[in-house]
Design a protein around this ligand. Structure first.
Ligand code: SF4
Length: 151
């Protein structure tokens, strides 16, 4: 029998937390805001790498993993809800991640694939906005520098 990706049933059944170890899960702004509202400080649970906010590891595992449980399960990031569903950038398709030892038992629905594509579009949008801000900042700094050397 196969189960939907978002149910978390299989992970609980096997007591598996493999994907919570050495996580590199990117966070959308919606994820960050939802978790901040629970009272966590961004710097505690996330770090910026490759221009994305990603879940932070503490002692090799996700900041939120306590024993075998996620402390914010109901509020967990979209990427965690959808895993092991991932986007393969080489094959340009949505697939189940080989790193999950139980991937064969998941049955992703079209709805889940659409959700994953939506999450990816949010991340791309965030990246585009932040690089636009960096460009504006660089331009302003450059203008300031020019003004200074002309004085
Ligand atoms: S590796 Fe697979 S089975 Fe294990 S916790 Fe992650 S999604 Fe669940």
């Amino acid at each position: 029998m196969t189960v939907p990706v978002e149910s978390g049933e299989l992970c609980l059944k096997y007591g598996c937390t493999l994907c919570c170890h050495g996580t590199k899960m990117p966070l959308t702004n919606l994820d960050v805001n939802r978790i901040v509202k629970l009272g966590y400080k961004v710097k505690c649970f996330a770090e910026k790498t490759d221009q994305y906010w990603r879940l932070k590891n503490v002692n090799g595992k996700c900041f939120f993993l306590e024993g075998n449980k996620c402390k914010i399960y109901e509020y967990r990031p979209y990427g965690c809800r959808l895993y092991p569903l991932v986007y393969d950038w080489n094959k340009h398709k949505v697939t189940l991640d080989d790193l999950c030892p139980h991937k064969e038992e998941f049955s992703p629905r079209i709805k889940d694939m659409r959700k994953l594509m939506f999450v990816l579009s949010l991340l791309r949008e965030q990246l585009a906005k932040s690089s636009f801000r960096i460009k504006i900042y660089a331009k302003k700094s450059h203008n300031k520098f020019l003004r200074r050397i002309r004085q």
